[in-house]
Design a protein around this ligand. Sequence first.
Ligand code: HAM
Length: 421
Amino acid sequence: MITSVKGTRDLLPPETRVFTRVEAIAKDVFALYGYDEIRTPHLEQTELFVRSVGESSDIVHKEMYSFTTRGGQNVTLRPENTAGVARAYIEHGMAQSGFARKLYYVGAQFRYERPQEGRYREFRQIGAEALGPADPATDADLLVMLFDFLSRLGFAGLAVALNSVGTEACRPAYVEALRAYLAPHAGKLGEDDRRRLTQNPLRVLDTKDPALAELIAGAPRMLDLLDEESRAHHEELLGYLEAAGIPYRIEPRLVRGLDYYTRTVFEVTAGGLGAQDAILGGGRYDRLVSDLGGPKVAGIGFAIGEDRLVKAVPDEFRRAAIESVNAVALVALEKADRADALALAAELRRAGIAVDLDATGRGPGHGLKAAEKRGARVAVLLGGRERETGSVVVKELATRRQTIVPRTELAAALSEGRKGS
Ligand code: HAM
């Protein structure tokens, strides 16, 4: 038997209904904030991620699906989508329009991580990027949109963890302070963290080693070393978030695992997800576009891990999403009923009623059992007697209540039943 590749998974019904519903709401909400959809390729030049996500990140260091094509080009399955959006923005001259380009995406990303609950090698992200303005009101607007979306899924009590990682004007001094603080403890660091200490000490703050918690808690704070402009940006943002009622907490050691961030960084975690509790992360990246050879254009964005989000959505949302798709099971009792059942199905579908046709003709017992298995609420039975009388049997599967309905009234009766449920 050929199975799926390790770290990938099939999303099956009815779970796919929850994904579809989440995506539909994301698209509706993002459109309310002036965002348009972008779809970039899954495959990009490896160089793109090396120059954006950065060599000191775990992603580039050890998690990329990279290979050389038959034509000799080095390509990578995208591990994230911000770099691809920035590349497309430059390639298509989108900056020339002179105003903010607000773009969102929904799609698969690939990271060669150790698979575990909530962590996959192929996973999906729903993300948004605002390219252009560098002001803190743009940060606030993006976070307001994010919380608008999350609250429409029924989440309550989520707070954004927020920090500023400054800019090239103040970060080098911070990195040096951090290196000086960590260096005497290098012996306590594992292999990965020792590499991080030399390559980019900021990464050590992201350590997965619980034994280092105390050391990290005592580390210098970027917020204390921000230059005047970054501090003003941070404080102005906090003011807007308070005015908008967005719950946040300052997380002075939040640095995020990608190298392109400047100033604002944030994450949202949700309970009940175990170790992999970050449902989303994001931040500002005011140098990314110019570092990739584009114009001097700022940017900010986030990406939600859709697999984790779907796992964490409140039960009520999940139930409603699953029940929102509910076809009537139309059962042709015998083979002789097939043609008539096809005609009736067409009639009902024209009236906007979803029909799951069972034309196997294996009798009422089998038909009802199959309808139940497929999750139908109502079954319509059509047999020889019904054809003669121009009626059908309508059976509510939960209560087993049965009524005889003339075919001419069936569409109206089924629509009425749907409204009542
Ligand atoms: P990230 O923090 O690497 O940021 O990923 C964002 C989210 O994707 C995570 O919070 C998590 O929910 C989900 N995620 C990451 N890896 C996995 C995995 N292996 N399995 C399941 N879910 C996963 C970024 O990707 C940035 N591009 C975010 C961004 C957009 N920053 C600015 N704009």
